[in-house]
Design a protein around this ligand. Structure first.
Ligand code: C2O
Ligand code: CU
Length: 475
């Protein structure tokens, strides 16, 4: 596995060796002049990378800056980021900054927020990163194929005071559908994937490689940033012999709590874990993905070095993470129902497509299988499914009336997940993508404080393609 520290334009070391975990950071002098934006160039291009490793052949991919994932972009909270995106693909594209609360014009949604970047052209994105945490970037034009072929990367916004850990590691997870010669199966967006679970592949990678071992040391404390960049695969990870502490979800801090059971990560979701390496020198532990019944596999091994980093176990972890998000006023919130329908084994018989009611068979002939509130989307431009008054609090009760789980993503905002099937959640997590199991409902709450037209869609990219997409307007 390629350590993420080997690339990235602005990576600074967060490795503290020696005695104490709470090593003092070099203090940063307060600047009186606003600093120049951090500048990054992303070139979207065809590339060739080794996903599986020798002796297997390399794989033709589409990628940023010749690597999968693209460079890990790192900025500090509140810093301005300027990214020049050059499109050297043969088709239009845009880049979306998933989970970052950017101004609407920088959100990277084709036609809705910008003219797509034509082949050979470039576009400069510039925005402030208001929240510290783990985010990512990916195209939003034909994303089922562009992301599926390898166009994505991590966007890490650092806290002023990073967590007291020995090492910080990013794992960008992906899932590929490869043929025997290690090439990518070209059957993107086929109707079977669209109407079932999406494009589930056959090869999982961590940071663009089929992983084998991840080297750790006894006594070490690691902040592990997980990002699910897969089109459709939901990961359900268990760290055998270890008890990771969840400290953030979708970039936003959560009350640190041990994860009992699997760590479930739907497409586009992120989770920050603090993992104490409680094994002994020379030991090996499996990290297993067992989300899909009977399809479990070993993702990677935690391989302990022969020498311990320290003998004593570190102090209990205290997570001083925080972001400043507008708190929804639940008692004054306006409530709306959102119903997800369609798909195989669903009960939806028809939906509105471009103003016409079509039966599900006709929809399927047109590559559509899903709807939100009875409307199946054919592109990014729509009449809003909901128009919000600015700075007003909203609660959306999202009912998944289908036989499949859906990771629903709202652009431009983070929301609290306040209830599942009518029961209040324990942690009222801030998320930007919430996985809603089949036939279940989830209540999310947010303040509509970011004006513009924002996508609200399923992040199983084949479901998005198949109509599960809409617009929430903040006027
Ligand atoms: Cu990660 Cu609308 O996207
Ligand atoms: Cu879906």
């Amino acid at each position: 596995m390629r350590p993420s520290s080997s690339h990235g334009p602005t990576r600074r070391s967060v490795t503290f060796g020696g005695v104490g975990l709470l090593a003092t950071l070099r203090s940063r002098s307060a600047l009186s002049v606003p600093p120049a934006p951090r500048e990054v160039t992303l070139v979207a291009t065809r590339g060739r990378v080794s996903l599986i490793g020798a002796p297997h052949p390399d794989t033709d991919v589409w990628c940023f800056n010749d690597s999968v994932p693209g460079p890990e972009i790192r900025v500090r909270r509140g810093e301005r980021l300027r990214v020049l995106v050059e499109n050297r693909l043969d088709e239009e594209m845009t880049v979306h900054w998933h989970g970052v609360r950017v101004p609407n014009s920088m959100d990277g949604v084709p036609h809705l927020t910008q003219v797509p970047i034509a082949p050979g052209k470039s576009f400069s994105y510039e925005f402030e990163c208001p929240d510290a945490g783990t985010f990512w970037y990916h195209p939003h034009q034909r994303s089922h194929e562009q992301v599926g072929r390898g166009l994505y990367g991590a966007l890490i916004v650092e806290e002023e005071r990073p967590l007291a850990v020995d090492r910080e590691v990013t794992w960008v997870l992906d899932d590929w559908r490869l043929l025997n010669d290690a090439s990518i199966s070209a059957d993107f967006g086929n109707l079977h994937d669209v109407s079932h679970a999406g494009r589930i592949g056959n090869t999982a990678t961590v940071n663009g490689k089929v992983p084998n071992e991840f080297a750790v040391r006894a006594g070490e404390r690691i902040r592990l940033r997980l990002i699910n960049a897969a089109n459709a695969r939901i990961f359900g990870l268990a760290f055998e012999g270890h008890e990771p502490l969840v400290v953030a979800i979708d970039g936003q801090p959560v009350e640190p709590h041990p994860q009992t059971g699997r760590i479930v990560l739907g497409p586009a979701m992120r989770m920050d874990l603090v993992v104490d390496m409680v094994g002994k020198p020379g030991e090996k532990f499996r990290v297993v993905d067992s989300f899909y019944k009977d399809l479990g596999y070993r993702l990677i091994d935690l391989a302990y070095a022969d020498a311990a980093l320290r003998e004593t176990t570190p102090e209990p972890f205290e997570g001083p993470l925080e972001n400043r998000l507008p708190e929804p006023d639940i008692s004054a919130a306006r409530r709306h129902e959102v119903v997800l329908g369609g798909g195989m084994m669903g009960r939806m018989t028809s939906a509105v497509v471009g103003g016409h009611q079509l039966d599900i068979r006709t929809m399927m002939h047109n590559g559509l299988a899903w709807a939100i509130n009875g409307v199946a989307a054919t592109g990014h431009m729509h009449d809003p499914l909901l128009t919000c008054e600015r700075d007003q609090s909203y609660v959306l009760n999202i009912m998944n009336d289908t036989a499949w789980p859906h990771p629903m993503h709202l652009h431009g905002h983070s929301f609290r997940v306040i209830a599942r099937n009518g029961q209040s959640t324990e942690f009222r997590e801030w998320q930007d993508t919430v996985l809603i199991p089949a036939r279940e409902s989830t209540d999310i709450a947010f303040v509509a404080d970011n004006p513009g037209d924002w996508m609200f869609h399923c992040h199983i990219l084949e479901h998005q393609l198949g109509g599960m997409m809409g617009v929430v307007r903040v006027a």
